[in-house]
Write a protein that binds this ligand. Sequence first.
Ligand code: PA5
Length: 466
Amino acid sequence: MMKLRLDYNNMMEEFVGEYGLSKKDFEKIAPKFAPAAAAMKEKRANGAMDWRDLPHNQNEVVKDILDYAAKIRDEVEYFVLLGIGGSALGPMAVHQALQHPFYNDLPRGKRGPKFYIADNVDPERLTYLFQVVDISKCLFNVVSKSGATSETMSQLMIVKKMLESAIGKEKAKERIVATTDAKVGNLIKIAADEGYKTFIIPTGVGGRFSLLSPVGLLPAAICGIDIKGLLEGAAFMDELCNEDEVFENPAYAYAALNYAALCKGANICVMMPYADKLKYISDWYVQLWAESLGKKYDNDGNVVNVGPTPIKALGATDQHAQVQLFAEGPFDKFVVFVGVDKFHEDIEIPKIFGDMPNIGFLGGHTHGALLKTEQMATEFAIMKSGKMNMTITLPEVNAHTLGQLLYMFEVATGFMGELMNINAFDQPGVEEGKNATYAMMGHPGYEEKKKELDGAPDKKKEYMID
Ligand code: PA5
């Protein structure tokens, strides 16, 4: 069984010195462990964490997805996902991790439809997308749990109109597939009225925890990813995450380390994979961690304004961009390295330039060895500079190990929320901006908000440079 590993030696003061964690630091937070574990159990039992059951309860859904994917895969040339936040980051991370890095450039026999994700309303990007895809050969997957997100719904409106004029109203209906809640929101209504093929995001599965629902599974299946393997990996991790003993449970241990570091003032967590395949895992993780754990109120209603700040980095690339800061900057951060034991491909560096010792030594090694060595060297350098770091290692990147990793981070997020005594599953902080947008764009019912905005203080010229 390929199982991921967590090494936190370099989080400990024995290795990094005074800014590291000590047994005392764990003793201080230990009283929170048992109540947090109990809360996780209770929430799971009362349906507040339905995403935890996704690895186990989707046999029918998986069959439906695979049947649909098999049918549509050869019918269309392009597959475009319309979604944002949790409805886009997961599919993007899985695609990058498990597909050929130049998937869209492969010959048709070696891939499914070309895959694009439109996760913004930047008018230039969408316009340019329509310059490179033939709309008459596109399948659009509109993904929105709430079915109300302006960015995604406006994209649907644009695409529906374009499709209908390109291929006619009836055919257009077959080229839009909706992934949404069974009851809530406009999307489910539109899908029913139009007769779009629809996949359901279960009620208790929130956006950023929806990766293992049809949100992530459908795009993965259409592009040819082993979605059963992904779910099996997550199910395997779920078993490990049922353990109450914190340091026997990888997700709880990961959260406890993060929490101990946070309590010690290291409120910045750098997610730094050493594999291009895992690059977008960091983007997904940043959203999961930030939106779940950045909160104004705790569970008792106190204003706490807490939250660790996740930062993304990529090895070795960011050794030449951010590592200087990680090594010599303030003791307010720690690095989570994510490495792999085995790359699927490797390239040998030829033995040339032997007369130039400062590059000649590279000859005979491989790029895989160089990357791995650079990871170990950076771990060592960060440790030597007194900065905490830990390493998660995947034996290799495949559907099973990726399922383990993603599920572990999701459970860790829930447990971290319990340790911090905040609700990891809401996001009230994004409402104000959403409501202000509604008011300014003329959404009925937001007239009061519009007045509030109109009454905002005028900007002062003295603070502008033009
Ligand atoms: O995690 C979340 O809830 C959010 O990031 C959502 O995924 C994001 O706002 C998109 O929402 P929806 O899927 O409802 O369109």
